[in-house]
Structure formats: C-alpha cells, structure tokens
Design a protein around this ligand. Structure first.
Ligand code: ZN
Length: 309
C-alpha cells in the first residue's frame, strides 16, 4: 500500500482560511489574530470546517494525518473518518495551576478515547503547544506522562526568530521590536526566562525523552539538530507556512544528513493555501533546490505517521 502523510494540520482552523496570508507576513501579528478569531468561533463553524478539512485531505489521497486540536473537537470526526494517523489534544498555559489542571483534563480525555472499543487506526496523543506558551512544569509533567503511558506527544518548536529571542532574552530585536506590545495579549509573559535556545530548553526539561514529534524546527543550530537526532525525535517540515509567516527556510539537508526522520505537513488553512501534501512537497522541492534532491523530498510524503515514530 502506498501511504500519503500530511503530518501537521489544525483542521479546526479550516474555517479561518481567510486569514491565510497571500504574501509573507510577520509571525506575531498573525498569531495574535488567529488566537483572537478562534475564541470567537461558534462550535458549528468549527465542526463544519473540520468536516471540510477531512474531505480536502481525502480528495488528495491522504492516508495519514497528524492533527492538533485546541478545542478537542476534531477527535470524533477523525476517529470516524477512516483516516489513519494521530490526533493530538492541545494544552498550553503559563499560569502553573490552570495549565496543570488542563493537562489533567486532557489526560482523562485521552484515557477515555484509548479505551474505546473501536480505537485503533487513528491514535490519540497530547500536544504541548510550544516552549514559549507552556509553563515549564506543564512541559515536564506532560512529557513524563506521555513517556510513561506511551502516549504520542507533539510540540511546535523553533518556528520563528521571535521564539528564539523570547526564550533567550524575553525581548525582541530590530524590526520585531514593534510587535512586542502584542505579547501580553497572547498571555506569553513567563515569570522566568529560560535563557536557553528552544531545543536546549526542551532537552533540559526532559521533554525530548518522550520522543515528541517536533513541528517546524526551523531556527536550529547544528548542535540542536544533533540533540534531536540523539533523542531519536522526528520533525515535521511545513515549508509553505514557514514562508508565508516569514519564518525562513528549515535546514532540511542538515536534518537528513544527521539521520533525523522528517515528515512533511501543510499546517492549517490559516497559514497554508490548501491541505494538499503534494503541493507542499512541490514547494519544498523548489525551496531546497541545490540543497536536497527532489526524489528525497518527494519520498518524505510516503512515510506513515504511526507512533512510536
Ligand atoms: Zn501548527
């Protein structure tokens, strides 16, 4: 059987396709807008977007998907969809008590889904949103639980320069400085600055021991790629989203040279023009021309997403 995997979507954002930039834009204002809009969506709007997203995935021959759901509403439609892969329940928060409470709710929901008699082809996992949006104890405890219970884990990491600067210094440099006032609106004011780069921070918290699926991982040093390889984590590359959100080119050739497993993903319709992983792969071929042979990129689409990765 030939597999076709789109390893990173947020199907619940399909209804926000109008927010997808036509040209490269800045990451923080886009994130603020999406964060605001999703809080004002009606449940029915989200569900119809999820159904539309599933239909779009099937129309382009997708067999496996890695979907993140903040509202947890895509779990049931995906379990019933006939698609394989993983749906990750997302948790975030910098306020320790509330974040850990939300984690417990997610753990309970995941346990319930895993006990369902029809559970199988579509696995359920946990998503800890990102190093800048999660309290360190949420990252530590969530990852420990995933490791102990063999629950798939997924994290957005090193997506933008903002994230690297924010974790290192809690301040932005150059042109990004004008976006600093947006940060309190996103609830991203950690009490303690890690003063570490994103991957080093996750490694120090023990998060990489749960072998999370790492989404984006664009802004990485060679030493961080070595950390990812040593921890046997896989990464998801979403080149069109990275391009449109001004996040730059992931050093794909360095990951492949280090033996890291790489998947391709479209990301959500709010930062991708469609959910076709074939269109994503074509864009990746252009982007990495001269760095990675086309055949090697096209082959990434056919790796099935099944935990353990
Ligand atoms: Zn994402």
């Amino acid at each position: 059987m030939s597999y076709v995997t789109n390893a990173h979507t947020h199907l619940e954002l399909t209804t926000l396709a109008r927010l997808c930039p036509k040209h490269p834009t800045a990451f923080l204002p886009w994130l603020t807008r999406v964060g605001w809009e999703i809080r004002h969506l009606a449940r029915d709007e989200i569900l119809s977007g999820i159904a539309q997203g599933i239909a779009e995935l099937k129309a382009c021959g997708t067999t496996h998907v890695g979907d993140i759901t903040h509202t947890w509403l895509s779990v049931e439609p995906l379990l019933a969809s006939g698609l394989r892969g993983v749906v990750y329940l997302e948790v975030l928060g910098l306020e320790r008590k509330r974040a850990l409470e939300r984690l417990r709710e997610a753990q309970s929901a995941i346990d319930t889904v895993r006990r369902h008699p029809d559970y199988g082809a579509m696995q359920v996992g946990l998503s800890l949103h990102a190093p800048y949006s999660c309290h360190p104890d949420l990252l530590r405890v969530g990852a420990q639980w995933c490791r102990a219970e063999e629950v798939p884990l997924c994290i957005h990491v090193a997506e933008s320069r903002f994230e690297v600067e924010w974790l290192l210094h809690r301040e932005l440099s150059g042109a990004r400085r004008v976006f600093a006032p947006l940060i309190p609106a996103l609830g991203m004011m950690p009490a303690r600055v890690p003063r570490q780069r994103p991957l080093a921070y996750l490694a120090a918290l023990g998060v990489l021991e749960a072998r999370p699926l790492l989404v984006h991982a664009v802004h990485v040093t060679q030493a961080e790629i070595a950390l990812i390889a040593a921890a046997r984590c896989a990464v998801v590359h979403c080149p069109r989203s990275n391009h449109l959100l001004g996040c730059g080119r992931m050093p794909l050739e360095n990951y492949l040279a280090a033996g890291v497993t790489v998947y391709l993903g479209t990301d959500s319709r709010a930062s991708s023009p469609d959910l076709s992983i074939h269109a994503e792969a074509q864009f990746a071929c252009q982007l990495h021309r001269g760095h990675v042979p086309e055949q090697q990129i096209l082959a990434l689409v056919h790796r099935p997403l099944e935990h353990p990765l």
